[in-house]
Ligand binder design. Structure first.
Ligand SMILES: Cc1cc2nc3c(=O)[nH]c(=O)nc-3n(C[C@H](O)[C@H](O)[C@H](O)COP(=O)(O)OP(=O)(O)OC[C@H]3O[C@@H](n4cnc5c(N)ncnc54)[C@H](O)[C@@H]3O)c2cc1C
Ligand code: SF4
Length: 567
């Protein structure tokens, strides 16, 4: 690697970086990928079949394993030792989930894969809030088609729902049948005139090439050693490596994009996380895919005489318009689900059915006090028992021995958790910048987050909770634990839903954006951004399928420009 000049250098190996490597190596470019985390091999390192009883605390979440002992996250999470971030004074809380492993968060995401719809790309034109994207749905749709066919997304037949695009024939694999509790929840929503739909998930229900289908028994958050779900490490990096054009260097923490006198990127500077040594790597073009937060940090820390406030930050837009999804949650105990015969209804570990946003008509008639919308995700069924079983017994205090066991058997599988995932409108109070004082263990300045949910989001959260309570009532159940109806208190913390996007948004001019409609930096022509940083809005649909589609399109554009000598 020393002294070599690669065609393209990619920072990060998750959804955005993995997809860029897949496209560029197959187009014949010599690519260097720098990844801050350690090497990770899902085929040998995934504890798919371990029982909770084999883990400390029966696999329950702990501060360093927030999603449980067997979650695939390695060396990362809400806190990364030696790599702090700060929250600005007066800010609402913000949480930043960071992976430090090859493949990033794609190793342990939930795999919900919904397309953004036509309204989602032009929100400002519809209601005067936020901003329009410089691209529309029709432009991105062919890239969604390609991504769904490549990574394998199940979801079944067209539903014909407003602003929920159906995929063309041949893109989606069949949906698995709904789980029992999903039928009950769907029936309750249907009684309120609200339709349900099979979820689209990046999980195979049929063979795809040499990848077998899911066998419906093991938690996807641990990763999948049979490659039935989508991970960058199983689906994108192996074919890229097989071209012979990809060099991967792990434990490489990039902190700056290097420029020549003419203002073109020559490569990046990075620190070897194992030795602490500083290095530089050279390439004819650079793609930043470190995740929305870290990509902004690299840009802001890339200061020079040409860019004293950070690269591409002439108009103060890098780090701005940080967004997450609006989240709420509730758990209910449903007597109708008690005493069910013992069956394995695990299915895919993500839900099979969800409730898409249904309120466009009500909003047009001004019957709702908030714009945009949310979808409802649900969990339940007779999953592998854990210590949190005790949550179901809030009315069973004092039980013990055979009575307690009988109560637990009766209630096992009778709880349903519902959560909303909603659109946030970008606002001036939500952004990240560089903390003027704090540095990480290598002396790199860290990010400082500023956060404030808007009224539109807290009203949306209140609506979700009120609707959940109505649904629970219609199922004949009751909520478990206290219920918070005040949207300002019920809403998730900023960043908590781990859908952080924005920070280097795309746009139609250098004044209103950091990159153009293809993810190419306005300021440095051979620098591209291919992750959630480029997003202009954060629709209620989870972002990763769109990150993949946009990254594929950006990389193909980069390849076209390079082939025409226009970089
Ligand atoms: C538990 C969980 C569930 C989720 N569920 C869903 C879901 O159902 N649907 C959905 O759409 N999304 C989901 N997400 C979010 C999803 O994982 C992200 O949107 C997606 O992975 C983002 O892709 P990315 O390429 O931008 O970042 P990542 O996948 O995070 O990859 C970024 C990579 O860059 C590396 N990196 C960071 N900084 C540097 C640096 N300075 N130098 C070099 N490398 C660096 C990181 O180590 C990482 O490997 C979930 C996330 C989590 C944690
Ligand atoms: S549920 Fe299916 S896709 Fe997920 S880890 Fe298990 S086999 Fe793999």
């Amino acid at each position: 690697m020393a002294g070599a000049v690669f065609d393209v250098l990619i920072v990060g190996s998750g959804a955005g970086g993995g997809m860029a490597a897949y496209e560029l190596t197959r187009r014949g470019f010599k690519v260097l990928m720098l990844e801050a985390g350690r090497h990770y091999d899902p085929l040998t390192e995934t504890p798919m079949f371990n029982l909770p009883s084999e883990a400390p605390l029966r696999g329950e979440p702990t501060p360093d394993k927030a999603f449980g002992y067997y979650d695939a996250t390695i060396d990362g999470g809400w806190d990364v030792p030696g790599e702090p971030y700060t929250i600005a004074e007066g800010s609402e809380p913000f949480k930043w989930w960071r992976p430090r492993m090859l493949g990033g968060r794609t190793n342990h995401w939930a795999r919900v894969s919904l397309r953004f719809g036509p309204y989602d790309f032009k929100p400002y034109s519809r209601d005067g809030l936020g901003f329009d994207w410089p691209v529309d749905y029709d432009e991105i749709a062919p890239w969604y088609d390609k991504v769904e066919r490549l990574i394998g997304v199940c979801g079944g037949r067209p539903q014909g729902l407003e602003n929920i695009p159906d995929s063309p024939a041949g893109c989606l694999q069949p949906a698995p049948p709904p789980k029992l509790h999903e039928l009950l929840v769907s029936r309750a929503y249907a009684s309120m005139g609200i339709p349900s739909s099979p979820v689209h998930a990046a999980i195979l229900t049929q063979q795809l090439g040499d990848r077998p289908p899911c066998f419906y028994a093991t938690p996807c958050l641990r990763g999948c050693s049979i490659r039935a779900n989508f991970q960058s490490t199983t689906v994108l990096l192996p074919p890229a490596i097989a071209t012979g054009n990809l060099t991967v260097r792990t434990d490489a923490m990039v902190y700056q994009v290097d420029l020549d006198k003419a203002g073109k990127a020559t490569g990046v500077s990075f620190i070897d996380r194992k030795t602490g040594a500083h290095h530089s790597a050279r390439a004819k073009a650079v793609v930043l895919s470190a995740g929305a937060g870290e990509t902004a940090r690299i840009l802001l820390n890339s200061k020079s005489s040409q860019f004293p406030d950070g690269l591409g930050n002439d108009h103060g837009l890098v780090g701005r318009y940080l967004m997450d999804s609006v989240g709420t949650k509730i758990t209910a105990q449903i007597p109708a689900l008690e005493d069910m015969p013992v069956t394995n209804d695990d299915g895919m570990s993500v839900m099979h059915t969800y409730i898409p946003w249904w309120g466009h008509g009500m909003q047009a008639r001004k019957q709702l006090d908030f714009p945009r919308g949310y979808h409802v995700e649900m969990q339940g069924g007779r999953m592998m028992p854990s210590m949190s079983l005790v949550d179901w017994l809030d009315d069973g205090q004092g039980l013990n021995g055979p009575d307690l066991r009988a109560m637990m058997r009766k209630r096992y599988g009778s709880t349903v958790r519902m959560g909303s995932r909603g659109e946030m409108i970008p606002n001036d109070d939500c952004f990240c910048d560089i903390d003027p004082k704090v540095k990480d263990q290598w002396g790199i300045p860290v990010l400082r987050f500023h956060w404030k949910w808007g009224e539109t989001e807290t009203r949306q959260a209140a609506h979700a909770i009120t609707t959940f309570l109505e649904v629970i009532d219609r199922m004949g159940g009751k909520p478990v634990g206290p219920v918070e109806r005040d949207g300002r208190k019920a809403i998730s913390k900023g960043g908590e839903i781990i859908h952080e996007v924005g920070t280097a948004r795309m746009g139609s001019t250098a004044k209103n954006s950091v990159v153009d409609g293809f993810g190419r930096s306005w300021a440095v022509k051979n620098l591209f951004v291919a992750d959630g940083a480029v997003m202009v809005s954060s629709p209620d649909k989870n972002p990763t399928l769109s990150i993949l589609a946009l990254s594929w399109r950006t990389s193909a554009h980069l390849a076209d420009l390079a082939e025409r000598g226009e970089l």
